[in-house]
Design a protein around this ligand. Structure first.
Ligand code: GLC
Length: 549
Protein backbone atom coordinates (compact mmCIF):
# COMPACT_ATOMS: atom_id res chain seq x y z
CA UNK A 1 0.00 0.00 0.00
CA UNK A 2 1.14 3.50 -0.85
CA UNK A 3 4.16 2.39 -2.82
CA UNK A 4 4.21 5.35 -5.21
CA UNK A 5 5.54 3.09 -7.96
CA UNK A 6 2.43 0.95 -7.72
CA UNK A 7 0.06 3.87 -7.18
CA UNK A 8 -2.20 5.78 -9.53
CA UNK A 9 -3.23 9.38 -8.93
CA UNK A 10 -6.60 10.80 -9.97
CA UNK A 11 -6.76 14.54 -10.54
CA UNK A 12 -9.86 16.46 -9.53
CA UNK A 13 -10.66 20.00 -10.61
CA UNK A 14 -13.26 20.49 -7.86
CA UNK A 15 -14.98 23.36 -9.61
CA UNK A 16 -16.04 21.01 -12.43
CA UNK A 17 -16.35 17.70 -10.60
CA UNK A 18 -19.60 17.54 -8.65
CA UNK A 19 -21.82 20.22 -7.12
CA UNK A 20 -23.81 19.25 -4.02
CA UNK A 21 -25.45 22.62 -3.29
CA UNK A 22 -26.84 23.62 -6.65
CA UNK A 23 -24.84 26.84 -7.12
CA UNK A 24 -23.37 25.56 -10.38
CA UNK A 25 -19.84 25.26 -8.94
CA UNK A 26 -18.41 21.94 -7.83
CA UNK A 27 -17.27 21.69 -4.21
CA UNK A 28 -15.38 19.59 -1.68
CA UNK A 29 -18.53 17.80 -0.51
CA UNK A 30 -18.96 16.82 -4.14
CA UNK A 31 -15.63 15.03 -4.01
CA UNK A 32 -16.67 13.22 -0.81
CA UNK A 33 -19.92 12.19 -2.47
CA UNK A 34 -18.03 10.51 -5.30
CA UNK A 35 -15.37 8.65 -3.30
CA UNK A 36 -16.99 5.29 -3.90
CA UNK A 37 -16.80 5.87 -7.65
CA UNK A 38 -13.07 6.54 -7.29
CA UNK A 39 -12.56 3.56 -5.02
CA UNK A 40 -14.25 1.41 -7.63
CA UNK A 41 -11.88 2.76 -10.28
CA UNK A 42 -9.03 1.71 -8.00
CA UNK A 43 -6.96 4.88 -7.61
CA UNK A 44 -4.72 5.53 -4.60
CA UNK A 45 -4.39 9.32 -4.46
CA UNK A 46 -6.61 12.25 -5.33
CA UNK A 47 -4.80 15.39 -6.45
CA UNK A 48 -7.12 18.29 -5.74
CA UNK A 49 -6.38 21.49 -7.62
CA UNK A 50 -6.33 24.53 -5.28
CA UNK A 51 -9.41 25.14 -3.16
CA UNK A 52 -7.85 27.79 -0.91
CA UNK A 53 -9.21 31.31 -0.53
CA UNK A 54 -8.85 33.00 -3.89
CA UNK A 55 -10.48 35.65 -6.07
CA UNK A 56 -10.61 32.86 -8.71
CA UNK A 57 -9.09 34.94 -11.43
CA UNK A 58 -7.12 31.81 -12.44
CA UNK A 59 -9.55 29.32 -10.84
CA UNK A 60 -7.70 29.06 -7.54
CA UNK A 61 -4.10 29.27 -8.78
CA UNK A 62 -4.23 32.81 -7.43
CA UNK A 63 -4.20 32.17 -3.68
CA UNK A 64 -5.11 34.88 -1.20
CA UNK A 65 -4.91 32.72 1.94
CA UNK A 66 -3.15 29.36 2.04
CA UNK A 67 -4.64 28.37 5.40
CA UNK A 68 -8.34 28.57 4.62
CA UNK A 69 -10.88 27.14 2.21
CA UNK A 70 -12.54 29.29 -0.42
CA UNK A 71 -16.23 29.53 0.53
CA UNK A 72 -17.24 28.54 -3.00
CA UNK A 73 -15.65 25.13 -2.32
CA UNK A 74 -16.89 24.63 1.24
CA UNK A 75 -15.57 24.79 4.79
CA UNK A 76 -12.73 23.37 6.86
CA UNK A 77 -15.21 20.88 8.36
CA UNK A 78 -16.07 19.68 4.87
CA UNK A 79 -12.40 19.31 4.05
CA UNK A 80 -11.83 17.33 7.27
CA UNK A 81 -14.77 15.14 6.35
CA UNK A 82 -13.31 14.53 2.89
CA UNK A 83 -9.91 13.56 4.37
CA UNK A 84 -11.59 11.23 6.86
CA UNK A 85 -13.82 9.54 4.28
CA UNK A 86 -10.96 9.21 1.80
CA UNK A 87 -8.75 7.61 4.47
CA UNK A 88 -11.51 5.14 5.24
CA UNK A 89 -11.20 3.99 1.64
CA UNK A 90 -7.40 3.96 1.65
CA UNK A 91 -7.31 6.99 -0.62
CA UNK A 92 -4.90 9.81 0.16
CA UNK A 93 -5.20 13.45 -0.80
CA UNK A 94 -2.57 15.39 -2.71
CA UNK A 95 -2.75 19.16 -2.17
CA UNK A 96 -1.77 21.60 -4.86
CA UNK A 97 0.62 24.23 -3.51
CA UNK A 98 1.15 27.37 -5.54
CA UNK A 99 4.38 28.75 -4.13
CA UNK A 100 5.74 30.65 -7.11
CA UNK A 101 3.22 33.45 -6.76
CA UNK A 102 0.29 34.68 -4.68
CA UNK A 103 -2.83 36.55 -5.61
CA UNK A 104 -2.48 40.30 -5.37
CA UNK A 105 -5.33 39.95 -2.85
CA UNK A 106 -3.00 38.14 -0.45
CA UNK A 107 -2.27 40.18 2.67
CA UNK A 108 1.48 40.01 1.95
CA UNK A 109 0.93 41.73 -1.35
CA UNK A 110 -1.47 44.25 0.13
CA UNK A 111 1.12 45.16 2.76
CA UNK A 112 3.78 45.27 0.10
CA UNK A 113 1.62 47.71 -1.87
CA UNK A 114 0.98 49.81 1.21
CA UNK A 115 4.70 50.43 1.40
CA UNK A 116 5.48 48.07 4.31
CA UNK A 117 9.24 47.54 3.89
CA UNK A 118 9.23 44.01 5.34
CA UNK A 119 6.62 42.80 2.87
CA UNK A 120 7.89 44.80 -0.05
CA UNK A 121 10.75 42.37 -0.26
CA UNK A 122 8.30 39.47 -0.49
CA UNK A 123 7.74 40.22 -4.16
CA UNK A 124 9.92 41.19 -7.09
CA UNK A 125 9.83 44.96 -7.45
CA UNK A 126 12.16 46.55 -9.98
CA UNK A 127 12.75 49.95 -11.52
CA UNK A 128 11.70 50.41 -15.11
CA UNK A 129 14.09 51.43 -17.84
CA UNK A 130 15.09 55.08 -18.22
CA UNK A 131 12.60 55.49 -21.08
CA UNK A 132 9.72 54.44 -18.83
CA UNK A 133 9.34 50.92 -20.24
CA UNK A 134 9.23 47.78 -18.04
CA UNK A 135 12.42 46.42 -16.40
CA UNK A 136 12.73 43.64 -19.01
CA UNK A 137 10.92 42.53 -22.15
CA UNK A 138 9.75 39.24 -20.60
CA UNK A 139 6.32 38.02 -21.59
CA UNK A 140 3.64 36.77 -19.24
CA UNK A 141 2.61 33.17 -19.91
CA UNK A 142 -0.93 34.48 -20.27
CA UNK A 143 0.07 37.14 -22.82
CA UNK A 144 1.44 40.69 -22.62
CA UNK A 145 4.43 42.00 -20.68
CA UNK A 146 5.27 40.25 -17.39
CA UNK A 147 5.65 43.47 -15.37
CA UNK A 148 3.05 45.77 -13.89
CA UNK A 149 3.78 49.35 -12.86
CA UNK A 150 2.45 50.65 -9.56
CA UNK A 151 2.61 54.45 -9.47
CA UNK A 152 2.40 54.72 -5.68
CA UNK A 153 5.56 52.61 -5.33
CA UNK A 154 7.23 53.93 -8.47
CA UNK A 155 8.31 50.40 -9.42
CA UNK A 156 7.14 47.38 -11.38
CA UNK A 157 6.30 43.96 -9.95
CA UNK A 158 6.86 40.70 -11.80
CA UNK A 159 3.94 38.44 -12.75
CA UNK A 160 4.88 35.50 -14.94
CA UNK A 161 1.16 34.65 -15.13
CA UNK A 162 -1.84 36.93 -14.75
CA UNK A 163 -1.38 40.49 -13.53
CA UNK A 164 -3.15 39.42 -10.31
CA UNK A 165 -0.59 36.63 -9.69
CA UNK A 166 2.50 38.36 -8.29
CA UNK A 167 5.71 36.32 -8.22
CA UNK A 168 7.19 35.75 -4.77
CA UNK A 169 10.79 36.65 -4.09
CA UNK A 170 12.39 33.35 -3.06
CA UNK A 171 15.73 35.11 -2.59
CA UNK A 172 14.22 36.46 0.62
CA UNK A 173 14.65 33.85 3.42
CA UNK A 174 11.53 35.18 5.17
CA UNK A 175 9.44 34.24 2.15
CA UNK A 176 10.84 30.73 2.20
CA UNK A 177 10.12 30.41 5.93
CA UNK A 178 6.50 31.51 5.45
CA UNK A 179 6.05 28.98 2.66
CA UNK A 180 7.53 26.21 4.79
CA UNK A 181 5.08 27.11 7.55
CA UNK A 182 2.19 26.59 5.12
CA UNK A 183 3.38 23.13 4.10
CA UNK A 184 3.91 22.12 7.73
CA UNK A 185 0.41 23.32 8.60
CA UNK A 186 -1.10 20.92 6.06
CA UNK A 187 1.24 18.07 7.00
CA UNK A 188 0.06 18.49 10.60
CA UNK A 189 -3.48 18.06 9.31
CA UNK A 190 -2.49 14.69 7.88
CA UNK A 191 -1.82 15.54 4.24
CA UNK A 192 0.53 12.95 2.73
CA UNK A 193 1.05 14.24 -0.80
CA UNK A 194 1.75 17.56 -2.48
CA UNK A 195 1.87 18.86 -6.00
CA UNK A 196 3.98 21.97 -6.43
CA UNK A 197 2.78 24.35 -9.11
CA UNK A 198 5.37 25.66 -11.63
CA UNK A 199 8.00 24.98 -8.99
CA UNK A 200 10.97 25.25 -11.36
CA UNK A 201 10.27 28.95 -11.89
CA UNK A 202 11.02 30.03 -8.31
CA UNK A 203 14.64 31.03 -8.77
CA UNK A 204 15.06 34.28 -10.66
CA UNK A 205 18.36 35.94 -10.33
CA UNK A 206 19.05 37.72 -13.52
CA UNK A 207 16.80 40.43 -14.93
CA UNK A 208 17.85 41.10 -18.50
CA UNK A 209 16.07 41.54 -21.79
CA UNK A 210 15.69 38.35 -23.77
CA UNK A 211 16.55 39.05 -27.40
CA UNK A 212 15.82 35.50 -28.54
CA UNK A 213 12.76 34.45 -26.61
CA UNK A 214 10.11 35.44 -24.10
CA UNK A 215 12.39 35.58 -21.07
CA UNK A 216 11.95 32.02 -19.84
CA UNK A 217 15.65 31.24 -20.10
CA UNK A 218 16.27 33.71 -17.26
CA UNK A 219 13.93 32.12 -14.73
CA UNK A 220 13.36 28.47 -15.74
CA UNK A 221 15.38 25.92 -13.73
CA UNK A 222 17.14 28.94 -12.21
CA UNK A 223 20.50 28.86 -10.46
CA UNK A 224 19.22 28.35 -6.91
CA UNK A 225 16.20 26.13 -7.63
CA UNK A 226 17.81 22.89 -6.44
CA UNK A 227 19.07 24.54 -3.28
CA UNK A 228 15.55 25.88 -2.56
CA UNK A 229 13.94 22.50 -3.11
CA UNK A 230 16.43 20.71 -0.90
CA UNK A 231 15.78 23.27 1.79
CA UNK A 232 11.98 22.92 1.47
CA UNK A 233 12.30 19.15 1.54
CA UNK A 234 14.40 19.20 4.71
CA UNK A 235 12.18 21.71 6.51
CA UNK A 236 8.86 20.11 5.60
CA UNK A 237 7.85 16.92 3.75
CA UNK A 238 11.32 15.33 3.89
CA UNK A 239 10.79 14.50 7.54
CA UNK A 240 8.06 11.97 6.68
CA UNK A 241 9.13 9.17 4.35
CA UNK A 242 5.50 8.42 3.49
CA UNK A 243 4.86 11.79 1.90
CA UNK A 244 5.07 11.91 -1.87
CA UNK A 245 5.57 15.03 -3.96
CA UNK A 246 5.33 15.97 -7.60
CA UNK A 247 6.67 19.11 -9.17
CA UNK A 248 5.16 20.78 -12.20
CA UNK A 249 8.14 21.70 -14.36
CA UNK A 250 7.53 24.33 -16.94
CA UNK A 251 9.79 24.21 -20.06
CA UNK A 252 12.35 22.18 -18.16
CA UNK A 253 15.05 19.78 -19.35
CA UNK A 254 16.21 16.28 -18.51
CA UNK A 255 19.40 17.42 -16.90
CA UNK A 256 17.44 19.28 -14.23
CA UNK A 257 14.68 16.70 -13.87
CA UNK A 258 17.06 13.93 -12.95
CA UNK A 259 17.97 16.16 -10.02
CA UNK A 260 14.43 17.25 -9.12
CA UNK A 261 13.20 13.67 -9.05
CA UNK A 262 16.36 11.67 -8.43
CA UNK A 263 15.91 8.98 -5.80
CA UNK A 264 18.89 10.21 -3.79
CA UNK A 265 18.56 13.94 -4.38
CA UNK A 266 16.28 14.91 -1.48
CA UNK A 267 14.19 17.15 -3.70
CA UNK A 268 10.89 15.71 -5.02
CA UNK A 269 9.44 12.25 -5.63
CA UNK A 270 8.58 12.85 -9.29
CA UNK A 271 8.08 15.45 -11.99
CA UNK A 272 5.62 16.49 -14.65
CA UNK A 273 7.33 17.61 -17.82
CA UNK A 274 5.46 18.84 -20.88
CA UNK A 275 7.57 18.39 -23.97
CA UNK A 276 5.46 15.47 -25.18
CA UNK A 277 2.44 17.78 -25.09
CA UNK A 278 4.04 20.38 -27.33
CA UNK A 279 4.08 18.14 -30.40
CA UNK A 280 1.16 20.09 -31.84
CA UNK A 281 2.86 23.45 -31.27
CA UNK A 282 5.28 25.33 -33.49
CA UNK A 283 8.34 25.74 -31.25
CA UNK A 284 6.90 27.10 -28.02
CA UNK A 285 3.94 28.61 -29.85
CA UNK A 286 0.76 26.95 -28.69
CA UNK A 287 -1.77 29.22 -30.43
CA UNK A 288 -1.38 27.70 -33.89
CA UNK A 289 -3.05 24.86 -35.78
CA UNK A 290 -0.75 22.04 -36.88
CA UNK A 291 -1.25 18.26 -36.81
CA UNK A 292 0.59 16.48 -34.00
CA UNK A 293 3.97 14.99 -34.83
CA UNK A 294 3.74 11.31 -33.90
CA UNK A 295 7.43 10.50 -34.17
CA UNK A 296 8.37 13.47 -32.07
CA UNK A 297 5.84 12.42 -29.45
CA UNK A 298 7.29 8.93 -29.34
CA UNK A 299 10.90 10.06 -29.25
CA UNK A 300 10.30 12.55 -26.47
CA UNK A 301 8.52 10.01 -24.29
CA UNK A 302 11.19 7.39 -24.94
CA UNK A 303 14.01 9.84 -24.16
CA UNK A 304 12.42 10.80 -20.87
CA UNK A 305 11.65 7.19 -20.01
CA UNK A 306 15.14 5.89 -20.63
CA UNK A 307 17.13 8.87 -19.30
CA UNK A 308 15.14 9.18 -16.08
CA UNK A 309 15.53 5.42 -15.53
CA UNK A 310 19.27 5.57 -16.18
CA UNK A 311 19.58 8.23 -13.51
CA UNK A 312 17.27 6.56 -11.03
CA UNK A 313 14.74 9.39 -11.28
CA UNK A 314 10.95 9.10 -11.45
CA UNK A 315 8.40 10.44 -13.97
CA UNK A 316 4.78 11.38 -13.51
CA UNK A 317 2.94 9.86 -16.51
CA UNK A 318 0.06 11.79 -18.01
CA UNK A 319 -1.77 12.93 -21.13
CA UNK A 320 -4.33 15.18 -19.50
CA UNK A 321 -4.76 17.78 -16.82
CA UNK A 322 -6.76 20.95 -16.28
CA UNK A 323 -4.44 22.90 -18.61
CA UNK A 324 -4.47 20.47 -21.52
CA UNK A 325 -7.03 19.59 -24.18
CA UNK A 326 -8.66 16.15 -23.88
CA UNK A 327 -6.31 13.46 -25.15
CA UNK A 328 -8.85 11.50 -27.17
CA UNK A 329 -9.59 14.68 -29.15
CA UNK A 330 -5.91 15.50 -29.43
CA UNK A 331 -4.12 12.25 -30.31
CA UNK A 332 -7.04 9.85 -30.73
CA UNK A 333 -10.30 9.69 -32.61
CA UNK A 334 -13.65 11.12 -31.52
CA UNK A 335 -15.84 9.33 -34.04
CA UNK A 336 -15.73 5.69 -35.15
CA UNK A 337 -12.71 4.76 -33.02
CA UNK A 338 -13.44 6.87 -29.96
CA UNK A 339 -13.49 3.93 -27.58
CA UNK A 340 -10.59 2.04 -29.14
CA UNK A 341 -8.34 5.07 -29.33
CA UNK A 342 -9.11 6.17 -25.76
CA UNK A 343 -8.17 2.71 -24.50
CA UNK A 344 -5.04 2.60 -26.63
CA UNK A 345 -3.85 5.98 -25.34
CA UNK A 346 -4.45 4.89 -21.76
CA UNK A 347 -2.42 1.72 -22.30
CA UNK A 348 0.55 3.64 -23.73
CA UNK A 349 0.89 5.73 -20.56
CA UNK A 350 -0.13 3.27 -17.87
CA UNK A 351 2.40 0.57 -18.73
CA UNK A 352 5.38 2.92 -18.69
CA UNK A 353 7.87 3.47 -15.91
CA UNK A 354 6.50 6.17 -13.64
CA UNK A 355 3.35 7.03 -11.72
CA UNK A 356 0.23 7.49 -13.89
CA UNK A 357 -2.15 10.39 -13.40
CA UNK A 358 -5.75 10.27 -14.62
CA UNK A 359 -7.57 13.56 -15.06
CA UNK A 360 -11.28 13.54 -14.21
CA UNK A 361 -13.36 12.35 -17.14
CA UNK A 362 -10.37 10.88 -18.98
CA UNK A 363 -11.42 7.46 -17.66
CA UNK A 364 -14.72 7.74 -19.55
CA UNK A 365 -13.19 9.21 -22.70
CA UNK A 366 -14.44 12.78 -22.31
CA UNK A 367 -13.73 14.94 -25.35
CA UNK A 368 -12.89 18.61 -26.03
CA UNK A 369 -15.51 21.21 -25.12
CA UNK A 370 -16.60 22.02 -28.66
CA UNK A 371 -17.98 25.41 -27.65
CA UNK A 372 -19.99 27.16 -30.31
CA UNK A 373 -19.54 30.64 -29.03
CA UNK A 374 -16.68 32.70 -27.59
CA UNK A 375 -18.94 33.67 -24.68
CA UNK A 376 -18.76 30.10 -23.43
CA UNK A 377 -15.04 30.41 -22.62
CA UNK A 378 -14.04 31.20 -19.03
CA UNK A 379 -10.27 30.71 -18.92
CA UNK A 380 -8.19 33.86 -18.50
CA UNK A 381 -5.42 32.59 -20.81
CA UNK A 382 -7.87 31.68 -23.59
CA UNK A 383 -9.69 35.01 -23.37
CA UNK A 384 -6.41 36.95 -23.41
CA UNK A 385 -5.14 35.03 -26.42
CA UNK A 386 -8.39 35.44 -28.30
CA UNK A 387 -7.74 39.19 -28.20
CA UNK A 388 -4.01 38.82 -28.93
CA UNK A 389 -4.67 36.63 -31.98
CA UNK A 390 -7.21 39.09 -33.34
CA UNK A 391 -4.78 41.96 -32.78
CA UNK A 392 -2.23 39.97 -34.76
CA UNK A 393 -4.62 40.14 -37.70
CA UNK A 394 -6.46 36.82 -37.45
CA UNK A 395 -10.17 36.86 -38.15
CA UNK A 396 -12.48 36.17 -35.22
CA UNK A 397 -13.34 32.84 -36.82
CA UNK A 398 -9.69 31.75 -37.15
CA UNK A 399 -8.86 32.80 -33.59
CA UNK A 400 -11.86 30.87 -32.41
CA UNK A 401 -10.80 27.73 -34.32
CA UNK A 402 -7.44 27.84 -32.51
CA UNK A 403 -9.15 28.19 -29.11
CA UNK A 404 -11.31 25.21 -29.92
CA UNK A 405 -8.21 23.07 -30.20
CA UNK A 406 -5.89 24.49 -27.56
CA UNK A 407 -7.98 26.20 -24.89
CA UNK A 408 -7.60 25.00 -21.31
CA UNK A 409 -11.39 25.10 -21.04
CA UNK A 410 -11.47 21.93 -23.14
CA UNK A 411 -10.73 19.98 -19.99
CA UNK A 412 -12.72 22.15 -17.60
CA UNK A 413 -16.25 21.34 -18.74
CA UNK A 414 -18.21 19.53 -16.01
CA UNK A 415 -17.66 15.86 -15.28
CA UNK A 416 -20.26 13.81 -17.13
CA UNK A 417 -21.89 11.64 -14.50
CA UNK A 418 -25.11 10.55 -16.19
CA UNK A 419 -27.74 11.41 -18.80
CA UNK A 420 -29.78 13.72 -16.60
CA UNK A 421 -29.76 17.48 -17.04
CA UNK A 422 -26.28 19.06 -16.89
CA UNK A 423 -24.82 15.56 -16.99
CA UNK A 424 -25.76 15.15 -13.34
CA UNK A 425 -23.06 17.67 -12.35
CA UNK A 426 -25.36 20.28 -10.82
CA UNK A 427 -29.02 21.06 -10.33
CA UNK A 428 -28.20 24.74 -10.90
CA UNK A 429 -26.64 26.56 -13.82
CA UNK A 430 -23.11 25.24 -14.40
CA UNK A 431 -20.36 27.88 -14.24
CA UNK A 432 -19.11 26.56 -17.59
CA UNK A 433 -21.18 24.74 -20.23
CA UNK A 434 -21.55 20.98 -20.12
CA UNK A 435 -20.43 19.15 -23.26
CA UNK A 436 -23.65 18.16 -25.06
CA UNK A 437 -22.25 14.68 -25.73
CA UNK A 438 -23.02 13.67 -22.11
CA UNK A 439 -26.00 11.75 -23.46
CA UNK A 440 -23.63 9.11 -24.74
CA UNK A 441 -20.43 9.75 -22.78
CA UNK A 442 -21.09 9.40 -19.05
CA UNK A 443 -19.80 7.49 -16.05
CA UNK A 444 -23.16 5.82 -15.50
CA UNK A 445 -23.11 4.42 -19.04
CA UNK A 446 -19.76 2.80 -18.50
CA UNK A 447 -19.39 1.56 -14.94
CA UNK A 448 -21.24 -1.70 -15.51
CA UNK A 449 -20.09 -2.30 -19.06
CA UNK A 450 -17.17 -4.71 -18.98
CA UNK A 451 -15.92 -3.36 -22.32
CA UNK A 452 -16.07 0.32 -21.45
CA UNK A 453 -13.20 2.79 -21.35
CA UNK A 454 -13.80 3.08 -17.59
CA UNK A 455 -13.23 -0.64 -17.16
CA UNK A 456 -10.14 -0.51 -19.34
CA UNK A 457 -8.64 2.07 -16.97
CA UNK A 458 -9.66 -0.10 -14.07
CA UNK A 459 -7.85 -3.06 -15.62
CA UNK A 460 -4.73 -0.98 -16.24
CA UNK A 461 -4.68 0.14 -12.61
CA UNK A 462 -4.98 -3.48 -11.54
CA UNK A 463 -2.16 -4.57 -13.85
CA UNK A 464 0.19 -2.11 -12.16
CA UNK A 465 -0.68 -3.58 -8.78
CA UNK A 466 -0.46 -7.14 -9.99
CA UNK A 467 2.71 -7.14 -12.12
CA UNK A 468 5.93 -5.89 -10.58
CA UNK A 469 7.43 -5.41 -14.02
CA UNK A 470 5.21 -2.35 -14.62
CA UNK A 471 6.20 -0.68 -11.38
CA UNK A 472 9.85 -1.68 -11.16
CA UNK A 473 11.02 -2.86 -14.56
CA UNK A 474 13.32 -1.15 -17.01
CA UNK A 475 12.05 0.01 -20.39
CA UNK A 476 13.29 -0.78 -23.87
CA UNK A 477 11.81 1.23 -26.77
CA UNK A 478 10.84 -0.84 -29.84
CA UNK A 479 10.42 0.14 -33.50
CA UNK A 480 11.44 3.72 -32.81
CA UNK A 481 11.27 4.67 -36.48
CA UNK A 482 7.87 3.19 -37.21
CA UNK A 483 5.38 5.77 -38.55
CA UNK A 484 2.39 4.68 -36.50
CA UNK A 485 3.36 2.04 -33.93
CA UNK A 486 4.24 2.93 -30.36
CA UNK A 487 5.74 -0.16 -28.74
CA UNK A 488 8.06 -0.91 -25.88
CA UNK A 489 9.24 -3.74 -23.71
CA UNK A 490 9.49 -3.85 -19.93
CA UNK A 491 11.78 -6.27 -18.08
CA UNK A 492 12.13 -7.10 -14.41
CA UNK A 493 13.72 -10.21 -12.91
CA UNK A 494 12.02 -13.12 -14.71
CA UNK A 495 9.12 -11.04 -16.07
CA UNK A 496 8.78 -9.53 -19.54
CA UNK A 497 6.04 -7.36 -20.96
CA UNK A 498 5.58 -6.06 -24.50
CA UNK A 499 3.20 -3.17 -25.04
CA UNK A 500 2.13 -2.57 -28.65
CA UNK A 501 -0.04 0.28 -29.85
CA UNK A 502 -1.22 1.38 -33.26
CA UNK A 503 -1.78 5.16 -33.19
CA UNK A 504 -3.87 5.56 -36.33
CA UNK A 505 -7.05 4.29 -37.94
CA UNK A 506 -5.38 2.41 -40.75
CA UNK A 507 -4.03 -1.12 -40.52
CA UNK A 508 -0.30 -1.47 -40.32
CA UNK A 509 2.34 -4.15 -39.97
CA UNK A 510 5.31 -4.29 -37.69
CA UNK A 511 7.97 -6.78 -36.65
CA UNK A 512 8.05 -8.42 -33.27
CA UNK A 513 11.60 -8.19 -32.02
CA UNK A 514 11.67 -11.56 -30.29
CA UNK A 515 10.17 -15.00 -30.37
CA UNK A 516 6.75 -14.66 -28.79
CA UNK A 517 6.35 -18.22 -27.63
CA UNK A 518 5.29 -18.24 -24.03
CA UNK A 519 3.79 -14.74 -24.16
CA UNK A 520 0.11 -14.31 -23.48
CA UNK A 521 -2.11 -11.35 -24.18
CA UNK A 522 -3.28 -9.93 -20.83
CA UNK A 523 -5.05 -6.81 -22.09
CA UNK A 524 -6.30 -5.52 -25.42
CA UNK A 525 -8.87 -3.15 -26.85
CA UNK A 526 -10.10 -5.81 -29.30
CA UNK A 527 -12.00 -8.83 -28.01
CA UNK A 528 -9.99 -11.24 -30.12
CA UNK A 529 -6.46 -10.33 -29.16
CA UNK A 530 -4.36 -12.18 -31.68
CA UNK A 531 -0.66 -12.06 -30.96
CA UNK A 532 0.57 -13.12 -34.35
CA UNK A 533 -2.07 -11.93 -36.74
CA UNK A 534 0.57 -11.83 -39.52
CA UNK A 535 2.03 -8.91 -37.61
CA UNK A 536 -0.94 -6.81 -38.66
CA UNK A 537 -2.25 -4.22 -36.27
CA UNK A 538 -5.84 -3.09 -36.68
CA UNK A 539 -7.06 0.51 -36.23
CA UNK A 540 -5.89 1.86 -32.86
CA UNK A 541 -5.14 -1.68 -31.74
CA UNK A 542 -3.43 -2.03 -28.41
CA UNK A 543 -2.05 -5.14 -26.71
CA UNK A 544 -0.20 -5.97 -23.54
CA UNK A 545 1.75 -9.24 -23.79
CA UNK A 546 3.27 -10.91 -20.76
CA UNK A 547 5.64 -13.75 -20.01
CA UNK A 548 7.22 -15.04 -16.83
CA UNK A 549 10.11 -17.49 -17.11
C1 GLC B 1 0.17 25.92 -13.51
C2 GLC B 1 -1.28 25.50 -13.35
C3 GLC B 1 -2.12 26.42 -14.15
C4 GLC B 1 -1.95 27.82 -13.63
C5 GLC B 1 -0.47 28.23 -13.60
C6 GLC B 1 -0.26 29.44 -12.76
O1 GLC B 1 0.62 25.77 -14.80
O2 GLC B 1 -1.42 24.16 -13.69
O3 GLC B 1 -3.48 26.06 -14.15
O4 GLC B 1 -2.66 28.73 -14.42
O5 GLC B 1 0.35 27.21 -13.05
O6 GLC B 1 -0.44 29.14 -11.40
Amino acid sequence: MYDFKKSVVYQIYPKSFYDTDGDGVGNLSGVTAKLDYLKNLGIDYIWLTPFFVSPQRDNGYDIADYYNIDPSFGTMEELNELIKEANKRDIRLMFDMVLNHTSTEHEWFKKSLAGDKYYQDFYIWKDGKADGTPPTNWESKFGGNAWEYVPSIGKWYLHLFDVTQADLNWENPNVRKELQKIIRFWIDKGVKAFRFDVINLISKSCYEDDFEGDGRKFYTDGVRVHEYLKELNKATFGTDAEIITVGEMSSTNLENCVKYAGADQDELTMVFSFHHLKVDFVGNQKWVLVPFDFKKLKNILFDWQTEMAKNNAWNALFWCNHDQPRVVSRFGNTSEYWEKSAKMLATVIHCMRGTPYIYQGEEIGMTNADFENINQYRDVESLNYFEILKNQGLSEQSAYQILKVHSRDNSRTPMQWNESENAGFTTGTPWISVNPNYKHISAENQINDENSIFNHYKKLINLRKQYDVIAYGNIIPLEVNHDSVFAYMRKYKNEQMIIINQFYKTETTWKYPIDLSGFKCILSNYNDCNIQNNNILRPYESMVLYKKD
